[in-house]
Ligand binder design. Sequence first.
Ligand SMILES: Nc1ncnc2c1ncn2[C@@H]1O[C@H](COP(=O)(O)OP(=O)(O)O)[C@@H](O)[C@H]1O
Ligand SMILES: [Mg+2]
Length: 209
Amino acid sequence: MISEFIDIIEQELLKGLRIESVDPHDPIEVQFLPKPWKLVGAGNYAAVLSHPDFNGLVVKVYAPGRAGLEEEVEVYRRLGKHPAYSECYHAGSPYLILRRLSGITLYNCVLRGVPIPRQVIEDIDSALDFARSKGLNPHDVHGKNVMLKDGRGVVVDVSDFLKAEPCFMWDDLKKAYGRFYSPVFIGRVKVPEWMLTAVRKGYRYFKRS
Ligand SMILES: Nc1ncnc2c1ncn2[C@@H]1O[C@H](COP(=O)(O)OP(=O)(O)O)[C@@H](O)[C@H]1O
Ligand SMILES: [Mg+2]
């Protein structure tokens, strides 16, 4: 199963796929995606794609010039199997095959007005504690890197967990959750995308050192 997936990634996907990291602070852009692949998500380093014949899997392809693939493999090696994280089944160049996590990012929950149960926050807290117990340093844990799945929280992106410097994104997100996501609002407000982009850019402005 994995070997067939590797074959079509290397024979079909990578030959046609065109992705570009235009600005390291913004999601990469997909210029061409061969059929029948689907874009699952775009991060600042990589595009995550799925194929209709391989249900439980995704491939994360790093954009040209974006480093960090080996570090991500090492993070998954240290995490092993854990319900709140994906797993890395294979590493190639420049891609990883990961277990697909279904769910909706917390960022999209806010966009679409989907309520975020408190359990999700607790699950992610304990997943991050687990990572620390494995000598990792949770980093870059923000709304696009965590998902809600069947009422539980999962962490989709661990690529920066080997970085040494502290990261306060998750603590800041939790504070915002406590402040704005009161039961009065839950599921009633949809926040427009331009506002979330403004918050993201403003956050980076205030946090730059
Ligand atoms: N294992 C996975 N299963 C399902 N979706 C995923 C998975 N990994 C990533 N994604 C989706 O792809 C997006 C980009 O992946 P991510 O790992 O965050 O890339 P980057 O390291 O470039 O930030 C995520 O925000 C998420 O929506
Ligand atoms: Mg990401």
